[in-house]
Ligand binder design. Structure first.
Ligand SMILES: [Fe+2]
Length: 397
């Protein structure tokens, strides 16, 4: 097979391998392609028109600029064939011909264009799997794409990753987050401190024990990731605790099915109480999401305002809260560790339940934190995986 003179543009910025199909046939407006290893793609002719260079594909943006009213008719595709160099060649009734990159077609056939493409599969964990957060060296994470990619892979896979030996400068957590994507700013600001205060504006800023929770269930979409960076820690106590909410939820489903029903089906109202902010949302504690939204845990009792359900459901809803809180602290699920200066812990705020043991007023415990949305961290990881020479555009799982 000859090398192509110029490979057709694809509707993305990937460098796809050249993967000619073994067969191409046209039937009833579809082009069916098969590959030697059994892969198959049924590509509708109008979709091919939208995405083909020389038809709908706009070369600089790589987007389709074909307004749906200008689409061809399904019968306008006269023929499709494998070209001499392996490109898929389309011939249309108006005499136009297009060449389509077979590697991009294979990419779609493999489902790698979907949101999960380019990301590692999440792996739920318990304390049977981990006795500490997955931990990586953080000394070079800002300057080494490979270190950054391994960090983002672990945060995506386990929902939790600890970097050690990062610089203990107050702006480090914001610089790291900004190197990934736009910080998700909240009423706490873009980057905030967690430390004991004389007049705390949040339960985080006291020395109280904090039960397992997720932050900001008061929002329509709670922040996807939370980064906490330790600058100083000389207090007695104050250990951090993390539980994988996916594992906790699954155990509740198996072991306490009535509580699981209440936690997934009954709504609660949430509201943050602050002199200058009043965000509100409503939803179940375990929000299984819709068809394409991941599970979101709405678990922060200080901002849970009121049951939003029939009176008859309220007693079982409260009983289910008790089950949830006990399971979240069960030793099967809960990791406990101390923050050391230079530690940065990143976790999925919609999946991982976090908490903190109480500590007294002696000593200093100072963390700096910020949020990022899922979209931006995943985008950064996909782009790193696309460009990274050692992974050949595919994230190891
Ligand atoms: Fe928190």
């Amino acid at each position: 097979m000859n090398a192509p003179e110029r490979r057709p543009l694809t509707p993305d910025f990937h460098e796809h391998d050249w993967r000619p199909p073994a067969s191409v046939s046209v039937d009833d407006g579809f082009v069916t392609m098969t590959w030697d290893d059994g892969a198959r793609l049924d590509a509708y002719s109008l979709w091919l028109a939208e995405n083909a260079e020389g038809f709908g594909l706009e070369p600089s943006s790589r987007e389709s600029m074909l307004e749906p009213r200008d689409l061809p008719q399904p019968g306008d595709l006269v023929d499709a064939a494998i070209g001499p160099d392996g490109a898929v060649e389309l011939r249309w009734a108006d005499g136009r011909t297009n060449r389509v990159h077979p590697g991009w077609l294979r990419f779609v056939a493999d489902g790698r264009h979907a949101p999960a493409g380019g990301l590692p599969d999440p792996v739920p964990w318990t304390t049977g799997d981990l006795d500490a957060p997955p931990t990586l060296d953080g000394t070079n994470v800002l300057h080494d794409d490979d270190a950054m990619m391994q960090f983002l892979i672990e945060v995506t896979r386990s929902g939790l990753c600890r970097l050690v030996d990062t610089p203990t400068s107050p702006d480090f957590v914001g610089r790291l987050a900004s190197a990934i994507g736009p910080i998700r700013e909240t009423n706490f600001g873009p980057v905030w401190s967690v430390e004991s205060k004389v007049e705390p504006d949040s339960t985080a800023n006291t020395g109280l024990d904090l039960g397992q929770h997720t932050d900001l269930p008061t929002r329509e979409v709670p922040p996807g990731f939370q980064f906490l960076h330790c600058l100083e820690n000389t207090v007695a106590g104050g250990a951090s605790r993390m539980s994988d909410g996916w594992s906790v939820s699954e155990a509740i489903r198996r072991e306490h099915p009535e509580a699981y029903s209440a936690l997934t089906e009954l709504d609660w109202a949430f509201m943050n109480r602050s002199p200058d902010a009043e965000h509100r949302w409503i939803g179940p504690i375990i929000d299984r999401g819709s068809r394409h939204q991941p599970l979101t845990l709405r678990a922060f009792y200080p901002v849970r305002t009121a049951p939003h359900m029939d009176r008859a459901d309220i007693p079982r809803a409260y009983e289910a809260l008790r089950v949830f809180a006990e399971m979240a602290r069960d030793q099967r699920f809960q990791l406990e560790y101390q923050f050391a200066p230079g530690d940065l812990v990143a976790f999925d705020n919609r999946r991982i339940l976090h908490g903190r043991n109480g500590f007294d007023g002696a000593g200093v415990r100072h963390l700096r934190g910020c949020y990022l949305d899922h979209d931006d961290l995943y985008s950064r990881l996909r782009v790193l995986a696309r460009r990274h020479p050692t992974t050949q555009r595919e994230v190891p799982t």
